[in-house]
Design a protein around this ligand. Structure first.
Ligand code: IPM
Ligand code: MG
Length: 360
């Protein structure tokens, strides 16, 4: 089992180190190889996704990814910015299906900004299309009145587009995921305004005919954003495009108390996956040893389950995370009175200890 380890920037290196520690106590044979990505790769090699990093990722069964980005790169040309690394990996590896579960851990009900009764027991799954939409639309660019190039541009544009096969394949992923859950899919669109999303809605409905056992409904994205804070437990699986999925998954993550808890998986059609926390590089707290490593540790669990066919090991990690929460350990983002505040490393150590204990 070959795992490419790409920590990236900001808190990425700190949290990935903890997830690697957890993987290493599992008694499984992994081949772990690390490479630079994002701003770190730009500093060292002049590009956020160097060829060697991309090749390592392509050759791996799975990729454990931290986070990329820092405001200090905002002035770089777009193709050199850290974010291009993750977008490039998604595109080059065809990682079109992004799973972002939002689960509210019992012990963290109080950490949410919503009332406990709204989120206790929350378990929803956002499935975000990841390689199309306005993120990758052509044409894109800036125009001046004179010659079409910036600087001095007067206009900028990105093109929103989806093809039928792109929508069909993500719709199948959503319906199949729903079959293993509560058998309900909400497709989120903006069909009242955008042609791209009327098409999305039509194609998802067509695919839905093949899944008579799964209930499908459609919701405009603005309403979905509202319903997510009004009555989040009414959802089961949400499926949507790249841009809306980006926004709604942050919103859904925060319902659970902390975005620091939520893992994600980005899969291609051969079950190769990239696993990363749903949160970003948090440059404001980088280097302080206070970031929550649990989202990354839980991403490693998803990796074991989805790409490496080790469901038992995945379950052991998830149980260990619940144990440390039950023992009252909290990083700052999920801290509340009466619990014990710990740093990144101590949290990782606690998960390792819980795993060793469960070994018996
Ligand atoms: C995410 C992030 C990325 C995205 C950025 C870093 C490019 O926000 O994974 O949600 O917009 O997809
Ligand atoms: Mg995002």
């Amino acid at each position: 089992m070959k795992i490419a380890v790409l920590p990236g920037d900001g808190i990425g290196t700190e949290i990935v180190a903890e997830a690697v520690k957890v993987l290493q106590v599992l008694d499984l044979q992994f081949e772990l190889e690390s490479a630079l990505v994002g701003g770190a790769a730009y500093e060292a090699h002049g590009h956020p996704l160097p060829d060697a990093t991309l090749q390592l990722a392509k050759d791996a069964d799975a990729i454990l990814f931290g986070a990329v980005g820092d405001w200090k790169y905002d002035k770089l040309e777009r193709h050199l910015r850290p974010e291009q690394a993750i977008l490039g990996l998604r595109k080059h590896l065809g990682l079109f299906a992004n799973f972002r579960p939002a689960i509210c851990y019992e012990q963290l009900v109080g950490a949410s900004s919503l009332r406990p009764e709204l989120i206790a027991g929350l378990d929803i799954l956002i499935i975000r299309e990841l390689t199309g939409d306005i993120y990758f639309g052509q044409p894109r660019g800036r125009r001046t009145a004179a010659d079409g190039h910036f600087p001095g541009a007067e206009e900028a544009f990105d093109t929103m587009r989806y093809s039928r096969p792109e929508i069909e394949r993500i719709a199948h992923v959503a319906f199949q995921a729903a079959r293993k859950r509560d058998k309900r899919v909400t497709s989120v669109d903006k069909a009242n305004v955008l042609e791209t999303f009327q098409f999305w809605k039509d194609v998802v409905s067509e695919v839905g005919l093949q899944y008579p056992d799964v209930a499908l409904d459609h919701m405009y994205v603005d309403n979905a954003a509202m319903q997510l804070v009004k009555a989040p437990k009414k959802f089961d699986v949400l499926v949507t495009g790249n841009m809306f999925g980006d926004i709604l998954s942050d919103e859904a993550a925060m319902l659970t108390g902390s975005i620091g808890m939520l893992p994600s998986a980005s899969m291609n059609s051969s079950n190769q996956g990239l696993y990363e926390p749903s949160h970003g590089s948090a440059p404001d707290i980088a280097g302080q040893g206070i970031a929550n490593p649990l989202a990354t540790i839980l991403s490693a669990a998803m990796m074991l389950r989805f790409s490496l066919n080790q469901p038992e090991a995945a379950q052991r990690i998830e149980a260990a995370v619940k144990d440390v929460l039950a023992a009252g350990l909290r990083t700052g983002d999920i801290y509340s009175e009466g619990t014990t505040r710990v740093g990144t490393r101590a949290m990782g150590d606690a998960v390792v200890a819980a795993l060793n204990k469960s070994k018996g």
